[in-house]
Design a protein around this ligand. Structure first.
Ligand code: PLP
Length: 352
C-alpha cells in the first residue's frame, strides 16, 4: 500500500507481521454509520482508522449496550475476494439488536457500504490459504446519559482485520474443560445475542481452564448444570454411533452460522443430524461403551475445531481420532467453498 498510514492504523499488508495471529492487525479504514431517533440510520462514512471520540457518559461504556458480529472474506486462488454468508451475519445482527433494546441495522444499507469498505481495503485480504480478512461490525450506544434506559443514539462501525488461524494449534485437537461452576447464559437472558456481556461472563472460566492446561470450556445449561450448550465461542457437535448431535437453539445458545452451514452440509450428505438436548452423562456413557466417535466446535474463527479430550471433574475422556471423519469433511468442504475451489450451490458467497 502506498497510502500514508494514519494514526492507530496497522502496518501495511506488505509489512504485516507473520504469522498474523487473530485480531491484532487492522486495515486502514473503517465504516461508521449513525442512528438517532426520528432520523434512523444516517451519515454513513468510510474513514481512516483512528481512536474514537466518545463522550465519557456514553451508555455503551456504562451499561454494556452493545453487540457485534464476526464474518470473513477470503481471497481465492483466482484472486477473487468472497465474503462467506454475509446476509446471514447481517440478519443475525438485525434480529439480535432488539433483545438489548437497540435499533436493528439496515441490512441493505450496511451491505452496500460494507462492500465499499472491502473494495477500499481489498489489498489487505491475505493471499495465503488459511488466512482471511475478519470483518467485525460493532453496534453501540453513544448517548451521553447516565439514566438506565435504552439510549437514543447509536453508532455502527465495521473494522477489518487480516487474520491467520484462530487457534495456534490449527486443526490440532483441543483439550476442553467441562465447566461446572460458572454458566455462560441463563434462560430468559442474553445468550442468543452477540452482546459483550456474554463474553465478559465467560472470561474467568476460560482463563481458569487455560491455567489448568485446557484450551477452552464446554458450557453446561444454567438450570440443571448437565446439558451441553456451547464450547468456548463455538457451537458444539458430538458424534455418537451414527448420530451427529448438536444442542437445540434457544435463548441460551448463539445461532451459529457455521453450525447452520454444517447441519445443511451434513444433511445433504445423508448424515443423521439431531438438534436435541444432550446431557454430559450421555457423552460419558458413550465414551465408556466406545460409541463416542468425535466431537468438535464450529465457528467463523476456527471453522471446525476438533476436540481431543474432555475434562469432566476427575474424568478425562479421550477422543483419539480427532480430527474425526465428519469434522474433517466439514472443514475441507467449508474452506473449499470459502476459497472459491468448490461450486457455491447454496449461494453462500458474495464476491466483492
Ligand atoms: C458464543 C458463540 N457461539 C457460537 C459462535 C459461532 O458462531 P458463527 O458460526 O456464526 O461464527 C460464536 C462466534 O461467533 C460465539 O461467539
Amino acid at each position: 500500500m502506498q497510502n500514508p498510514i494514519s494514526s492507530g492504523a496497522s502496518p501495511s499488508p506488505a509489512r504485516a507481521p507473520a504469522p498474523l495471529g487473530f485480531g491484532r492487525v487492522f486495515t486502514e479504514h473503517l465504516l461508521m454509520l449513525q442512528w438517532s431517533q426520528g432520523r434512523g440510520w444516517h451519515d454513513a462514512e468510510i474513514r481512516a482508522r483512528a481512536d474514537l471520540a466518545m463522550d465519557p457518559a456514553a451508555a455503551a461504556l456504562h451499561y454494556g449496550q452493545s453487540m457485534f458480529e464476526g464474518l470473513k472474506a477470503f481471497r481465492g486462488a483466482d484472486g477473487v475476494v468472497r465474503v462467506f454468508r454475509m446476509d446471514a451475519h447481517l440478519r443475525r445482527m438485525q434480529n439480535g439488536a432488539p433483545r438489548v433494546a437497540m435499533p436493528g441495522i439496515d441490512i441493505e444499507l450496511t451491505r452496500t457500504h460494507l462492500l465499499e469498505l472491502l473494495r477500499r481495503d481489498a489489498a489487505w485480504v491475505p493471499r495465503e490459504r488459511g488466512q482471511s480478512l475478519y470483518i467485525r461490525p460493532l453496534l453501540y450506544a453513544t448517548e451521553p446519559f447516565l439514566g438506565v434506559r435504552p439510549a437514543q443514539t447509536y453508532t455502527l462501525l465495521v473494522l477489518l482485520s487480516p487474520v491467520g488461524a484462530y487457534y495456534d494449534k490449527g486443526m490440532e485437537a483441543l483439550r476442553i474443560w467441562v465447566e461446572q461452576e460458572h454458566v455462560r447464559a441463563a434462560p430468559g437472558g442474553l445468550g442468543a445475542v452477540k452482546t459483550g456481556a456474554n463474553y465478559a461472563a465467560s472470561l474467568v472460566a476460560a482463563a481458569r481452564a487455560k491455567a489448568n492446561g485446557f484450551d477452552q470450556v464446554l458450557w453446561l445449561d444454567a438450570v440443571h448444570r448437565k446439558n451441553l450448550e456451547e464450547v468456548g465461542t463455538m457451537n458444539f457437535f458430538v458424534r455418537i454411533g451414527d448420530e451427529v448431535i448438536t444442542p437445540p437453539l434457544g435463548d441460551t445458545i448463539l445461532a451459529g452460522i457455521t453450525r447452520d452451514t454444517s447441519i445443511a452440509l451434513l444433511r445433504s450428505w445423508g448424515y443423521k443430524v439431531s438438534e436435541r438436548t444432550i446431557g454430559i452423562e450421555e457423552v460419558v456413557q458413550a465414551s465408556r461403551t466406545g460409541a463416542l466417535q468425535e466431537a468438535f466446535g464450529t465457528g467463523t474463527a476456527a471453522v471446525i475445531a476438533p476436540v481431543g479430550e474432555l475434562g469432566v471433574g476427575d474424568l478425562r475422556l479421550r477422543l483419539p481420532g480427532a480430527p474425526g471423519e465428519v469434522g474433517s469433511r466439514l472443514y475441507s468442504t467449508i474452506t473449499g467453498l470459502q476459497y472459491g475451489e468448490l461450486e457455491d450451490t447454496h449461494g453462500w458467497l458474495s464476491a466483492i
